[in-house]
Design a protein around this ligand. Sequence first.
Ligand SMILES: CC(C)(COP(=O)(O)OP(=O)(O)OC[C@H]1O[C@@H](n2cnc3c(N)ncnc32)[C@H](O)[C@@H]1OP(=O)(O)O)[C@@H](O)C(=O)NCCC(=O)NCCS
Length: 158
Amino acid sequence: MEGKPIGASRVALSTFMQPEHANARGNVHGGWIMKLADEAGGLAAIRHARKSCVTVAIDNMTVREPVHIGDLLTLNAELTWVGRTSMEVEVKVTAENPLTGEQTHTNTAHIVYVAIDERERPAPVPPLVAETDAERARMEAARERQAYRLRQRNQAGA
Ligand SMILES: CC(C)(COP(=O)(O)OP(=O)(O)OC[C@H]1O[C@@H](n2cnc3c(N)ncnc32)[C@H](O)[C@@H]1OP(=O)(O)O)[C@@H](O)C(=O)NCCC(=O)NCCS
């Protein structure tokens, strides 16, 4: 299978945060941010694989700043590493106050997806081509994260 560059599957998803996204404190509910991060990451994985993909692991998500109703939330997702059937996607979340232009990087999530075939079994994906030293370094860090996840899974006996 021919390799694909990281840029070929990059996704930017922007959503205007409305009152229906609020929690009881009047800020954006963290669950919305997680859902949107999973959506953006899943779309990047599907674009790379050109197959259906399922979420298999979401690393810790730390939300560093509250996101406010009225903010424009943007999720930038790009692949960092692929295995045979699995792919790690990095999703960076930024909130912008459209009135002032102030931007806040609220969090970064690493999410692993598996491409599946019509029988819902893991299906092979194209290799990921890193084109710059920065991309190669991020790929190596992602490979180490994935090895750590699999060690954790094996220790848990899952
Ligand atoms: C994803 C799924 C098809 C994998 O099936 P499986 O029998 O565990 O398949 P495998 O053990 O061959 O693993 C498939 C790949 O997932 C990776 N994987 C499995 N568990 C993982 C974990 N906890 N963390 C990271 N990667 C994992 C494996 O390393 C393998 O990657 P590789 O092919 O690149 O080497 C199956 O677990 C599943 O259907 N899970 C439910 C997914 C779901 O419904 N998500 C929420 C809704 S989208």
